[in-house]
Design a protein around this ligand. Structure first.
Ligand code: UGA
Length: 443
């Protein structure tokens, strides 16, 4: 089956590559000529385990191609995926300008009937806007061609995107047209072999399903962080509480890890956008606003704990930071807790010595060269000469350390652990002061 995908960002590239991998003939279009040229050479703009080899294989075998020519991509296939970005506007609502520009482009160039698939995370009602945008162009040129729009939200996690695409729990398709069902069945057939994963529903429900899923997951995290903050003050241990409540199958063990707040390109943006959508229809989404508020506060706790350990004066101190990415197995630093920490440290006159296995280039890109930021080559160098250590990301390589060595190396024996990686007793036995999340006895 021929498929065109607009947008070669995270979602578009993973979707296009995984669809090509099962035999579809895929054309990926992007307006960024440099990006397309790099992709054609097999250079992948993002860090995602397994993706580079998969892209190269499918390019070599001729099933995955790239173009900057919108007219060519529109003409190429009956199925047109829109997977361009929807960055938040200043007010938190999703900016649809890129999605609608693609829709208009499809309307301008289509020479036969099309099915347009919204893959980007878009607010409820966007499919109608996409349809109107395509139809507007068709009307303008007096065309009687037809377009069907369907919502097919993605549920990929960065760092596990290929696994999530190939073995996802469900494939949500929002449509009101029978022929769209058939087309989408054919498209996803190769990934729907063992049991029925396709869930057909109306378009608005599909659009809202995506936001509801992310908002629910974000709620679980903020809830746990709230309880962790209480546990800390009550002398209780959130890690024991987590196991205690996770054992109830109605709650479950997934996504109840407390930490230094959720980041990334999805949860912060989607929770805000959903709250914004609520506002637009005159509904005050109190829970969503609280989820966001708790998360903002949680990101600030790394700095607060550090400042307390240094009696409020961090000026002139050097702080080692382990982990810059918003989570392991990605180089993405969007909304990462490390950023809130570093920016607060700089404002307080401290220096940062940071190491991350993948996100150093991204950090340099965001912050550039500055005297109060040293990006070093490994975790040991980050700690050398530092006054204290803060762990922001739970990369595997940080999970085991020689506490005695750490005690000897740090100028002050202060470890702030935003991911609860260690047994507080073991850290304390080495003579370190350990500030974890929600572990009363570690204070
Ligand atoms: C998230 C969802 O998990 C995906 O299902 C969804 O498709 C994606 O957003 C999206 O909308 O595109 P992602 O942002 O890649 O995926 O990352 P997650 O693994 O969900 O982690 C998000 C944040 O939550 C991270 O900062 C992580 O550290 C934090 N987190 C996660 C916790 O603090 N505690 C947990 O128990 C789990």
């Amino acid at each position: 089956m021929r498929i065109s995908i607009f947008g070669t960002g995270y979602v578009g590239l993973v979707t296009g590559t995984c669809l090509a991998d099962v035999g579809h003939d895929v054309m990926c279009m992007d307006v960024d000529a440099d990006k397309i040229a790099r992709l054609e050479r097999g250079e992948i703009p993002i860090y995602e385990p397994g993706l580079d080899a998969m892209v190269r294989r499918n390019v070599e075998e001729g099933r995955l191609r790239f173009t900057t020519d919108a007219a060519f991509a529109v003409d190429f296939a009956p199925l047109q995926f829109i997977a361009v970005g929807t960055p938040p506007d200043e007010d938190g609502s999703a900016d649809l300008q890129y999605v609608l520009a693609v829709a208009r482009s499809i309307g301008q160039h289509m020479g036969d009937d099309k099915v347009v698939v919204d893959k980007s995370t878009v607010p409820v009602g966007t499919a109608d806007k996409v349809r109107d945008a395509v139809q507007g162009e068709l009307d303008a040129r007096g065309s009687s061609l037809t377009v069907d729009v369907c919502s097919n939200p993605e549920f990929l996690k960065e760092g596990a995107a290929i696994e999530d695409f190939t073995h996802g729990a469900r494939i949500i398709i929002g449509t009101d047209a029978e022929r769209v069902r058939e087309t989408m069945r054919e498209c996803y057939g190769p990934y729907n072999r063992h049991h029925e994963k396709l869930m057909f529903m109306d378009i608005r429900s599909a659009e809202l399903t995506k936001y509801a899923a992310n908002a629910m997951l974000a709620t679980k995290i903020s809830f746990m962080n709230e309880i962790a903050n209480m546990a800390e003050r009550l002398g209780a241990d959130i890690e024991q509480i987590r196991r205690g409540i996770g054992s109830d199958p109605r709650i479950g063990y997934h996504f109840i890890y407390p930490g230094c707040g959720y980041g990334g390109s999805c949860f912060p943006k989607d929770v805000q956008a959903l709250a914004r959508t609520a506002g637009e229809i005159g509904y005050h989404a109190e829970l969503l606003e609280a989820v966001e508020g708790v998360n903002q506060r949680q990101k600030a706790t790394l700095f607060t704990k550090l400042a307390q350990a240094f009696d409020g004066d961090l000026s002139g101190k050097t702080i080692a930071v382990w982990g810059l990415a918003f989570k392991p197995n990605t180089d993405d630093m969007r909304e990462a807790p490390s950023r809130a920490l570093m920016e607060a440290l700089w404002a307080a006159g401290a220096r940062v010595q940071a190491f991350d296995p993948e996100a150093m280039g991204e950090c340099r890109r965001i912050y550039g060269q500055r005297d109060d930021l040293a990006l070093v080559e490994n975790r040991e160098q980050a700690v050398a000469g530092a006054d204290a250590l803060v762990i922001c990301t739970e990369w595997k390589a940080f999970r085991s350390i020689d506490f005695a060595w750490l005690k000897q190396t740090l100028r002050m024996p202060v470890v702030v652990d935003g991911r609860n990686l260690f047994d507080p007793q073991a850290v304390k036995r080495a003579g370190l002061l350990y500030f974890a999340v929600g572990r009363g006895d570690s204070l």
